[in-house]
Design a protein around this ligand. Structure first.
Ligand SMILES: Nc1ncnc2c1ncn2[C@@H]1O[C@H](COP(=O)(O)OP(=O)(O)OP(=O)(O)O)[C@@H](O)[C@H]1O
Length: 543
């Protein structure tokens, strides 16, 4: 069979009238607002508290600190909302999503759903949680097994969980049920409901179960005070799974004929539709969408986003939407969480965060959006250097080593360029202290030269060239150079931190309320300081 080219028009699932603004159309600019979400004030679908996920890669041959991929995250996700999760590559977004789903083990903290800590579940209870949640992956090319037909791919979770469960509920508290059916446990949905109210039993079947009432034979002995109900299903599970897969294909805009094809015969967007159908097979409440459109062409992205929104509306789904593309997140997310180095640094309603970013990291992310689609109207704010290693995050604020609004200690009056040189020198010493390779790329950026093979003294000379350091500051730098030259890199870094560090280096700012349901973690939110945006605007932060 000839593979369909990537240009194959995809089924239009978006033709029916909708009140939701469509992505990729003129109404794209109309963002979702908090009021669009019917948010129950009560129970979150998922409540994450103090979550840590560390990857320990110790082996017999090497012993290194764990990768602190998620390092103390707390957030709530409410029914029917889309929570966007943004942040640069490697900051821990995927790990957070996977840990919530139980695909990674939490090192510490709790994830509460339905009043229970799901990190503590095992066996059947854990499997039940995993039926309520699911994930759509970034690259539909990678995530679908090319040796399986689309039908097999969609059916796989159904087979794994032995779907359908055919749970029968009877509207009589004392009824007993027998036959090919089980009674729902607390919290389980009934697939088939038998009513004895009118004497003869009447049967109704939930939409997602591809059974007609005629496929279900019910006999009921209602003479006893505890009626005995016997249920027989005329069709086998295999048939029902195939019909469920057909229904899912239809829901994602594909057709029954696609059931028999292989993933390589589809375009990227169609493959992602298959991935979505599979993710929805077990009727989850909560779906982690991990960069679901970033591997797709822009025109296809809009269709998939629209499909995800339609499915959310139809099935009352709750989404955690992980993405790099901030304009996609602005369109789809009701609230957005900004992540940096394993921490949430800002969290709030999308329009509040985009319109008036509070945290310096959010400012830098939004300042990079072309065409200034955000409320940040200042220059582009470029963070210096690369993020610290998640094996050795800064002791204080995670952003302290790169922050464009870092609080400087009162003891010094130094120009911003000199602070930058000091920060850069501290970064060099931190990397040396970790025993990693000399950070040639960072040095090249800092001093505009190939610094490979330089001594610490030469590096310091390059970094501070033309800075006219005051004598007491120069003495600190000399001390640090001399310590480093004797191989005492950690002590050298500590010397600089003691002299030039501020509270940003010493302690971790908590997330605090910043109005409009938004929280942000920065000491500059305290009234004693010039606030973040004024500071960033005042400092020359462009590169
Ligand atoms: N299985 C693993 N074992 C060890 N380290 C891991 C593992 N998975 C992720 N990491 C590390 O954890 C950190 C967070 O990775 P994660 O994939 O969660 O980040 P991310 O923000 O989703 O990145 P991206 O946007 O590139 O997918 C990174 O340093 C990564 O290298």
């Amino acid at each position: 069979m000839t593979p369909e080219p990537d240009t194959t028009p995809e089924p239009d699932t978006t033709s029916e009238p909708s009140t939701t603004p469509r992505f990729g159309t003129e109404s794209e600019a109309t963002p979702a607002t908090e009021s669009d979400v019917a948010r129950e004030p009560a129970q979150p679908v998922v409540s994450v508290d103090g979550l840590r996920t560390y990857y320990d890669e110790d082996s017999l041959l090497s012993r290194s600190p764990p990768v602190k991929a998620v390092d103390g995250v707390s957030l709530d996700i409410y029914p029917g909302e889309t929570l966007g999760l943004v942040g640069e590559s490697g900051c821990g977004k995927t790990t957070l999503g996977r840990t919530i789903l139980g695909l990674e083990d939490a090192t510490d903290g709790t994830i509460t759903a339905g009043g229970r800590d799901v990190t503590a579940l095992a066996g059947a209870e854990k499997r039940a949680w995993q039926r309520r949640v699911s994930m759509v992956f970034q690259d539909p090319q990678e995530s679908l097994n090319d040796r399986m037909t689309v039908g097999e791919i969609i059916r796989e979770p159904l087979e794994t969980h032995d779907w359908p469960f055919l749970r029968v509920a009877v509207d009589h508290a004392d009824a007993t049920v027998s036959g090919a059916a089980v009674t729902p446990a607390d919290g389980d949905r009934a697939d088939i409901t038998v009513s004895l109210a009118d004497g003869a039993p009447t049967v109704s079947v939930r939409d997602a179960i591809p059974l007609d009432a005629a496929d279900v034979s019910v006999t009921a002995d209602t003479t006893a005070s505890a009626p005995a109900v016997d249920v027989t299903i005329a069709r086998g599970k295999d048939d029902l799974r195939r019909d469920r897969a057909f229904a899912l294909l239809d829901q994602v805009g594909l057709a029954e004929e696609h059931y028999y094809r292989y993933p390589h015969q589809f375009s990227g967007g169609q493959r992602q539709r298959v991935g979505i159908a599979r993710a929805l097979a077990l009727e989850p409440d909560f779906v982690v969408l991990d960069e679901p459109v970033s591997a797709l062409d822009v025109s296809v992205q809009a269709r998939i986003i629209n499909l995800l929104e339609d499915l959310q509306e139809a099935f009352g789904l709750t989404y955690l939407f992980i993405a790099h593309d901030l304009s996609v997140v602005r369109h789809i997310a009701d609230r957005v969480a900004v992540m940096y180095l394993g921490n949430i640094v800002e969290l709030g309603p999308t329009e509040t965060v985009y319109g008036d970013p509070a945290h310096p990291y959010t400012v830098s992310l939004l300042s990079a959006i072309p065409g200034s689609a955000s409320g940040w109207t200042g220059d582009r704010v470029t963070l210096r250097g690369s993020p610290p290693s998640p094996r050795d995050p800064p002791a204080g604020c995670p952003l302290a080593t790169r922050c464009p609004a870092k609080i400087r200690p009162d003891d010094w009056t130094l120009p911003e360029e000199t602070w930058r040189a000091i920060d850069e020198f501290r970064a060099v010493l931190r990397v040396r202290a970790r025993g990693e390779a000399w950070p040639v790329a960072a040095l090249k950026r800092a001093v505009g030269a190939n610094a490979a093979g330089q001594s610490v003294e030469e590096t310091a000379a390059d970094l501070f060239d033309g800075h006219d350091l005051p004598a007491d500051a120069a003495e600190v730098v000399d001390d640090a150079v001399s310590l480093a030259e004797r191989g005492r890199d950690a002590a050298a870094a500590a010397r600089l931190r003691e002299a030039f560090g501020s509270r940003c280096d010493a302690s971790h700012p908590p997330l605090t309320e910043q109005g409009d349901d938004r929280t942000s973690a920065c000491f500059r939110h305290e009234p004693d300081y010039v606030d973040v945006t004024d500071t960033v605007a005042e400092r020359d932060t462009d590169g």
